[in-house]
Design a protein around this ligand. Structure first.
Ligand code: AMP
Length: 695
């Protein structure tokens, strides 16, 4: 083959593969077998390997690549990404339609679509090629997730040629919008794998989709089997189409994945009928929906109706009521929380509710169990709405068996056997023993959890084993673990000869690295992680803002604490009691010695960081091995306090920070007489926000 033949064969293969990808993912109508498809891909890969100069970013072989790094770049949306107003029932929906009818002077033609329960996404195509993908963020600014969205199979890397005809003249860049979602099947598989690995599971497919789109490594996103449904364009003027219906047709022609379940309606009855039908078939769909979106079809009429600051006035989401299922409650067990609260938990025969399998649901407290009159053996109604944890609504009395058992609250803690108390003014039963292993386990788990210190790999099973062997008693113990002891840790699984399987080097090393990284988490996360009663994420953030160091927080009086946003007398009392208890102070001191963040970081203070280092120029060289702080992170924190961080040493440099294996920059600093700081001094600057005091 001559060069021209090779290039045209490669292009023909790409077109063919794109066509079959579209047939398979967007239309669900494959025309060739998987084996034949794989063979086309193989040929393309081989040809590209021989002719690397012909590889282009839009080639189907180039979906996965690159690395996002520590942070996503922000993307300012040229047109705001709106939310939707909701109608919770037909009465509210009818009222909204009547409002639109009044403004327009007639019953508008409506376009009805499924409301996909995923995460909003904006895809920008320039000259037909995918150049950017961004999340909605706060509507005005989102995050650049291009590398990750490129791995989603039904997102075309270039638009089909058919699309060209629909573009308005002189338009060469368009932003398309829709939803990226995780099919129910992928979600179940992901959660099962997380469960096996002892990792936290996702609450629902929506969170799983959002989390998968925001991965640092596109390979991980690629493994999550995400899909999209595209239904909007940022600027309608870019296309020659005149209605939502025509837009969907054009999107389909352009090669995007468009949901097939759409209809147009001209009467209220048609609208109700479509909504009811979708509500009924909701369980049968392979992905989650949480309603129907009703849109005024004509673009001209849409512009007459306009927008509020939050949402279009020409569309509304008819929200489905939270899904309810019935199942048998075969037991009520008692869970001990990290603050010692005993919570009765309904043990259920597994049932799929709102996209995930539910086998346990909280019953809150003993009073609630009796108020709802749920008995062991009852068939109960279970509900799960969005993010909300599953809830038992009540029993189906007609199905109550004769031997249904009235539950009795425990007199002693099921974990440590100490007597149970009820504190004045509280309904909760509580175990007040400080040596209760269940409480310790929950505290340790909370510290490592995603909303606190986010120690990747510290799953339930590992934590439980470390508690069992007495190696983890409090959260500071994490920082004295060694790679050797973790590698030798026996798991609960055994090999063929009945010997326990050990954790092994690779997992141990990863976990050690994650523990190390956790030292640099924000101060708010540390405060949340400590698990003070009544202090969750929001309160921890408010505290970190008001008292930007542990020292300041410990010196605050109860009255002062009560003035912090969201902190009242009760919360202030609980914080003060916690911070004045000697055992807790000892743990905090050990955390501090281990190098865990004890003062507000840039993340804590947002834009309000005092510019105490303004006018100073820093150069960082060598690795910051002791603190595990990356150079990027260190320079980010210095810059946040107003310092300039540059790459080369000159007479104008105020300080050179030399980590391990510092090279020529160190030498140059010495030559020029620029003060050289070590890592410990850097950490002091970051903590205090003050320039170093030089002897
Ligand atoms: P909510 O997040 O509940 O306010 O609902 C608004 C969101 O629904 C939008 O931002 C979209 O991400 C999402 N959505 C899902 N399906 C559709 C659809 N067919 N049309 C418009 N928005 C949709």
């Amino acid at each position: 083959m001559n060069a021209e033949d090779i290039a045209s064969r490669i292009e023909a293969l790409r077109r063919e593969i794109e066509h079959h990808t579209y047939q398979y993912y967007a239309l669900d109508a494959p025309e060739i077998s998987d084996a034949a498809f794989d063979s086309l891909m193989r040929e393309l890969r081989e040809m590209e390997a021989e002719h690397p100069e012909l590889v282009v970013p839009t080639s189907p072989t180039q979906r996965v690549g690159g690395y996002v790094g520590e942070q996503f770049a922000s993307v300012v949306h040229e047109q705001r990404m709106y939310s939707l107003d909701n109608a919770m029932d037909f009465a509210e929906l009818d009222e909204w339609i009547a409002g639109a009818q009044k403004v327009l002077g007639h019953f508008p033609e409506l376009c009805l679509e499924l409301k996909i329960d995923g995460s909003s996404i904006a895809l920008t195509y320039a000259k037909g090629e995918l150049v950017r993908a961004a999340t909605r963020g706060d509507g005005a600014t989102g995050e650049d997730v291009t590398l990750n969205m490129r791995t989603v199979s039904d997102v075309p890397l270039r638009l089909r040629q058919d699309a060209q005809g629909g573009l308005a003249a002189s338009v060469d860049s368009i932003e398309l919008r829709g939803e990226v979602y995780m099919p129910k099947k992928s979600f179940d598989a992901l959660n099962r794998a997380a469960e096996r690995a002892g990792k936290q599971q996702f609450a629902n497919p929506r969170n799983a989709a959002a989390g998968s789109v925001r991965q640092k490594d596109p390979m991980v996103t690629a493994s999550r089997n995400l899909s999209t449904f595209i239904y909007a364009i940022a600027d309608q003027r870019a296309l020659k189409v005149r209605s939502q219906w025509e837009l969907l047709e054009w999107l389909r022609r352009a090669g995007l994945h468009v949901n097939p379940d759409v209809t147009r309606a001209k009467t209220l009855e048609e609208v109700h009928e479509f909504c009811s039908r979708q509500l009924e078939r909701r369980q049968d769909l392979p992905y989650e929906i949480d309603g129907v979106v009703v849109k005024v079809n004509s673009f001209t009429e849409q512009s007459v109706l306009g927008f509020t600051s939050r949402a279009p006035k020409w569309a509304i989401a008819f929200k489905f009521p939270p899904e309810e299922k019935t199942t048998r409650m075969h037991d009520i067990t008692v869970q001990v929380g990290r603050t010692g609260v005993l919570t009765p938990v309904a043990e259920l025969d597994p049932v799929v509710v709102a996209g995930s399998t539910v086998s346990r649901a909280t019953l809150h407290n003993a009073e609630e169990v009796h108020r709802k009159d749920v008995r062991i053996g009852d068939t109960v109604i279970v509900r799960k709405a969005g993010d909300v944890i599953p809830e038992v609504l009540g029993p189906v009395l007609s199905l109550r068996p004769d031997n249904a058992l009235v539950w009795q609250p425990p007199m002693t803690c099921p974990s440590c056997g100490s007597p149970v108390v009820t504190e004045p003014g509280e309904v909760a039963l509580r175990c007040v023993s400080i040596d209760c292993p269940a409480q310790a386990f929950e505290r340790l788990r909370h510290w490592a959890s995603r909303q606190a210190m986010d120690i990747d790999g510290a799953g339930n099973e590992i934590i439980r084993r470390l508690v069992e062997i007495g190696r983890l008693n409090d959260v500071a113990d994490y920082y004295s673990l060694t790679e050797d002891e973790l590698a030798c840790l026996a798991t609960n699984r055994s090999d063929g000869e009945g010997e326990p399987v050990r954790l092994g080097r690779i997992i141990a090393a990863k976990l050690m690295a994650a523990i190390e990284t956790s030292k640099t988490r924000s101060f708010a996360r540390v405060l949340n992680g400590l698990g003070m009663r009544h202090v969750g994420k929001n309160t921890a953030e408010a505290l970190a803002h008001a008292y930007p160091s542990m020292e300041a927080l410990m010196n605050a009086t109860e009255e002062q604490l009560a003035c912090v946003d969201g902190v009242g007398d009760i919360v202030a009392h609980s914080i003060a009691t916690f911070l004045r208890t000697s055992d807790n102070v000892a743990v905090i001191e050990r955390l501090q010695d281990a190098g865990v963040t004890m003062a507000a970081t840039q993340e804590d203070l947002g834009d309000d960081v005092p510019q105490t280092l303004a006018g100073l120029t820093f150069v960082l060289t060598g690795t910051l091995a002791e603190s595990g702080l990356s150079r990027d992170r260190a320079s980010e924190r210095l810059s946040a306090m107003g310092a300039k961080v540059t790459n080369s040493v000159s007479k104008k440099t105020s300080y050179v920070v030399a980590g391990e294996a510092a090279g020529s920059k160190y030498d140059k600093a010495v030559k020029l007489g620029v003060p050289v700081l070590d890592e410990a001094q850097l950490l002091r600057i970051l903590e205090s926000g003050q320039p170093p005091v030089m002897e």
